[in-house]
Write a protein that binds this ligand. Structure first.
Ligand SMILES: Cc1cc2nc3c(=O)[nH]c(=O)nc-3n(C[C@H](O)[C@H](O)[C@H](O)COP(=O)(O)O)c2cc1C
Length: 171
């Protein structure tokens, strides 16, 4: 898909067909994440992929919304704070920024492949961490449910206008 169309067509999918997502397609999503830039190219990420219905259901205990249970696959994007770049001037940890880019690569590639996704950050992080047995330095940053859409038309985009978000030669 042309990039502009992909950007316009991606939207948060919160209802999925029950059809399983092919493993090759899930690998293509993860390969898109692998291509993401990261501060100092430290790539402080890894991705836990759940496709087993029982494991998906158990993970959904971290995010008690009925809609996520329809997802045939869930990717948990994890950031490793022991790897990520910290800016020396103020010690700012860039882990979240790196993860956000990788996650959006997944979401855009999913759109390109005819799949739906949704960013989910409003989950119980401690519960998720325990469920996945993640080491101390590793944070589950987002759950990304993936599946074939029940809705193919992009939702109406409720976005600020360009005028509202640009300060052109002025500040
Ligand atoms: C960092 C981040 C966290 C989000 N967390 C959630 C979430 O926990 N649950 C949810 O239903 N949607 C979540 N969303 C989806 C947003 O609500 C959605 O992207 C926004 O409303 C714009 O709609 P669109 O994605 O359809 O364009 C999140 C999005 C981002 C970028």
């Amino acid at each position: 898909m042309e990039l502009k169309a992909c950007l316009e067509n991606r939207f948060s999918m919160r209802a999925f067909q029950q059809t399983a997502v092919e493993k090759e397609k899930l690998i293509q999503l993860l390969d898109a994440a692998r291509m993401a830039p990261s501060a100092c190219n430290l790539q402080p990420w890894y991705f836990v992929v759940l496709t087993d219905p029982q494991r998906c259901a158990a993970l959904c205990e971290c995010y008690k919304r009925e809609w996520i249970q329809s997802a045939p696959a869930i990717i948990v994007a994890c950031g490793d704070h022991s790897v990520s770049w910290k800016r020396r001037a103020d010690n700012k940890d860039h882990c979240d920024i790196d993860l956000a880019i990788a996650i959006e690569h997944i979401c855009l590639r999913a759109t390109d492949l005819g799949l739906g996704t949704c960013w989910v950050c409003n989950f119980d992080v401690a519960m998720c961490k325990e469920f996945l047995n993640l080491p101390e330095s590793v944070e589950p940053v987002a759950l990304i449910p993936v599946g074939y859409p029940t809705q193919t038309e992009p939702a109406i985009k409720n976005r600020k206008s360009l005028e509202e978000i640009i300060r052109w030669d002025t500040f």
